[in-house]
Design a protein around this ligand. Sequence first.
Ligand code: NAD
Length: 493
Amino acid sequence: MAVAERAADLNPAFRTEAFIDGAFVPAASGRTFSAVNPANGKVLAEVAACDAQDVDRAVKAARRAFEDRRWAGLRPLDRKRTLQRFAELIRANREELALTETLNMGKPISDARAIDARAAADCFAYYGECADKVYGEVAPTTLENLALILREAIGVVGAVVPWNFPMIMAAWKVAPALAMGNSVVLKPAEESPLTALRLAELAQEAGIPDGVFNVVPGLGTEAGKALGLHMDVDAIAFTGSTEVGRYFMRYSADSNLKRVYLELGGKTAFVVAHDVSDLDAVAEAVAGGIFFNQGEMCTAASRLLVDNRIRADLVARVAALAPRWMPADPLDPSAPAGAVVSREHQQRILKAIDGGLKEGARLVAGGTAVREDSGGAFVAPTVFDDVAPSSSLAQQEIFGPVLSVIGFDGLDEAVEIANGTVYGLGASVWSADLGAAHKVARRFKAGVVYVNCFDADDITTPFGGVKQSGFGRDKSLHALEKYSDLKTVWTRL
Ligand code: NAD
């Protein structure tokens, strides 16, 4: 069956109610909001618009589940088996989940299948595997004492996630939190609530007990804020913009001082030294780095910093590749890019492009909306040269397919420009001189650095930022630290 027909078949299957205490329920207010397909502007479903009342119900359910230890008190081996069943169910339903993701947020179906659904399943499998491998410690005290250092679940974790990789961002938070025995209340982005609700159903089928995993779709200013301010949420794991990250710090200060972990925006510098051997390979990596996922990537290679000696050559090659990333119908398996997440977001991106022109940057590719007949929100892959490092084009996160090229003379200047934004998430350096490249890698103020590659990824490595890109790390064994606490138990021998 053609992908488009499968998509039509799926519509009635969307889960649209909140998932609280093991049941799908409408918002207490009865209100809903529209989940829209950004590729054609049509409403896919009306989804429960949760507010503070629903968040409170979900947090109470999560608290009950945590305190009676129906999950935290299981043998770790059994939590592991359950999370692995969950991972298998995600794999078994990969096609449906990928289609739902594509319909709801516009990314190409081939990416949703090969990356989003697969990575979400792998993440649950990985953290499931960890569930029975986390040990406490014995402190090196005198013989008169025994001091145990226990690692315990925190309690109720609120996870608030964005729309660019809805399933993966949710999995990065929910999987380690559940592996450690916590209960979770997940607030998906209002632009992309549908896969989170289906995941809740699969979690229940896998045997995760009622109340342990809850999903409250709704607006950030209602459901997100209520979770941030709730007096009985022990930790918030947030991925999203730096602006909203600040709110979560305030919510914590204004409520119960819940711990807050923030994975925020970025403005990755992709630094190319004059001595790179294969400019075509570099150009391919730059284009993929900024145009993949419509540029809706926190680590998107949005600033190309290139030695002035090779700049014209590299810019010409990147501009020549841009049309290959021209967005198409996301349901077309050969589409290299799809729709941006919404009409509003498309307008924000176009405004940033307009701002770049006004600032005097030179447009060398794209710069416009495309596929307007579709009714959807698409933006052509866009390249600006002659971008001033201090301009808003080079400083502000656009979160769209817009590349800013900045020239430099020597790697010292490159490092200074690379570090010259408020962000510190990703950075990349390319050089034939591996020693020089590694010295630059150490000087980058960034949480994730790529040397002669871009966007390599694996669940085993920590991911997150420094400066105003946030703090705390997703992925790897280190993520478990966010969802557990140390308790010291003394015994006089
Ligand atoms: P966003 O900050 O607008 O929204 C993120 C989440 O916060 C959503 O669930 C939203 O509903 C909620 N929210 C919005 N306003 C809120 C408020 N006032 N109070 C409480 N909750 C609120 O971000 P977005 O547009 O969904 O996603 C794009 C951003 O996410 C970009 O800045 C991107 O860099 C960032 N991001 C970061 C990472 C990372 O790992 N560092 C990964 C992916 C995306």
